[in-house]
Design a binder for this molecule. Structure first.
Ligand code: V0V
Ligand code: CO
Length: 150
């Protein structure tokens, strides 16, 4: 069952400048940063609020590490902006299979590693009324809340 908004993914061309905008304008601080080479992103998670199911809600600021990555291609075509939404669930495997059974394309056969040790998969935007949709099961307990890049 999808129980919360885990994050909203925002594509940006300069992560440091975008982080500074969110800090200076709204007061959101960086909760965690990492590079995910498989996904081709350098990212900053800004925690918006905690939730009762052990997860939380974040903004995920994404800078591409390569032009041919999902975010790199999207930025070249659209410029900066909202790239995807992510729903939190305790069971990404079960929910992905159930959604696949409804005829929605799930992009991965098995969930992959996402931010902070989470397990993630994506639904094709063309099957979701134009919205790239991610499903996330957070690591338990959340893996690393430092701001160190690794
Ligand atoms: C592409 N399209 C989108 C879209 N990206 N529509 C809405 N939102 C997006 N973000 C549309 C695009 O305009 C095209 O429509 C069509 O889909 C095909 O796009 P394309 O440019 O030809 O690109 P593809 O097909 O090579 O790749 C699109 C997909 C790709 C969605 C398959 O972006 C993907 O695999 N995404 C999942 C991985 C990902 O996004 N990783 C980055 C975040 P028209 O022009 O044909 O009408 S990593 C992350 O979130 C992490 C690590 C985390 O949360 O922990
Ligand atoms: Co994401």
């Amino acid at each position: 069952m999808l129980t919360r908004i885990d994050h909203i993914g925002i594509a940006c061309s300069n992560l440091d400048a975008t982080v500074e905008f969110y800090r200076a304008t709204y007061g959101f601080e960086v909760f965690h940063t990492e590079v995910n080479e498989e996904q081709g992103v350098r990212e900053a998670m800004l925690k918006i609020n905690g939730t009762s199911d052990g997860g939380a809600s974040y903004l995920q600021l994404l800078e591409p590490t390569r032009e041919d990555s999902a975010v790199g291609k999207w930025l070249a075509k659209n410029g900066e902006g909202v790239h995807h939404i992510a729903f939190g669930t305790a069971d990404v495997d079960g929910d992905a299979e159930a959604i696949r059974g409804k005829g929605v394309r799930v992009l991965y056969d098995e969930p992959r590693i996402g931010s902070m040790g989470s397990r993630i998969t994506f639904l094709h935007p063309k099957d979701c009324h134009g919205v790239l949709t991610e499903l996330v099961t957070s690591a338990e307990p959340p893996a690393d809340h430092s701001s160190a890049e690794h």
